[in-house]
Write a protein that binds this ligand. Structure first.
Ligand code: IPE
Ligand code: IPE
Ligand code: MG
Length: 242
């Protein structure tokens, strides 16, 4: 039976995941990298569906970074095709599961067909509230903060805002993540212990979990274990407890 979220007050409300290791997973099987990306995409549904059971209200997943354009043209094209197919195939199930989907990242570089699918999925699921799934696509924190600074500068230039109004709260309202609480827990799979330009500002006080599991092998069971162990961490936010 699904657990009431009030049963787990210590649990993380917002979990962000760097879904890494698809390429290595495919390589281990002697298959092309895209085979790994397809396997990775199939993992997402199980994790999203398990969120209410483990008390996670917000799930943010890193699907494609602003740096991932450096990959071969065929990998990038395959990933873009995969994102389109993913949205087309998963929209109904996401809707029925009460998931509200939103995207963060710069849409300007993305194919217009993909952007239309993204916009439509956001609209289609806009009234859902069970799980808030945010997909980071062409997302990079430095790019996000730069775009926020540009928009802030325009507001000031046009006299709608004074430079004196610019504080952390105001800047946050210009970020792609303006509708999200800060992540409590950031998980990265595949054994790499780095952030790779993901939610730098938002994760200032997040806890991190670096797991050796490659993303296509990540299960709801492992997710529940990591989320469960979060309660034992003492978060001080700069204060002192003894
Ligand atoms: C993560 O898997 C998915 C994307 C970055 C799109 P990778 O493709 O980075 O897999 P590895 O790190 O090469 O194994
Ligand atoms: C981070 O993984 C981006 C995503 C998971 C989408 P990468 O595989 O691109 O990161 P690096 O290159 O190892 O830092
Ligand atoms: Mg990688």
């Amino acid at each position: 039976m699904a657990k009431d979220t009030t049963d787990t007050p210590q649990g993380p409300q917002h979990v962000a995941i760097i879904m890494d290791g698809n390429g290595r997973w495919a390589q281990q099987r002697g298959r092309p990298r895209l085979f790994g990306h397809h396997a990775g995409a199939r993992r997402v549904r199980e994790i999203v569906e398990s969120c209410p059971d483990v008390g996670v209200k917000y799930l943010t997943i890193f699907a494609f970074s602003t740096e991932n354009w450096k990959r071969t043209q065929s990998e990038v094209a395959g990933l873009m095709r995969l994102f389109r197919r993913y949205i087309e195939r998963e929209a109904k199930a996401l809707f029925q599961d009460g998931v509200r989907v939103r995207f963060i990242g710069d849409r300007i570089k993305l194919d217009s067909k993909l952007v239309t699918l993204m916009d439509n999925l956001e609209l289609y699921t806009a009234d859902n509230d069970k799980v808030h799934l945010t997909i980071a696509l062409n997302y990079g924190s430095r790019d996000e903060v730069t775009r926020a600074a540009q928009r802030l500068a325009v507001e000031i230039e046009q006299g709608r805002l004074s430079h004196k109004d610019v504080d952390a709260e105001t800047l946050s309202r210009f970020l792609d993540t303006r509708f999200l609480p800060d992540p409590d827990l950031v998980i990265r799979t595949s054994g790499e212990a780095r952030i790779s330009n993901f939610l730098l500002w938002q994760s200032a006080y997040a806890e991190y979990e670096f797991l050796d599991t490659l993303w296509p092998d990540f299960t709801a069971e492992e997710f529940a274990k990591v989320v469960g162990s979060f309660g034992s961490r003492e978060r001080r936010f700069g204060g002192a407890t003894v």
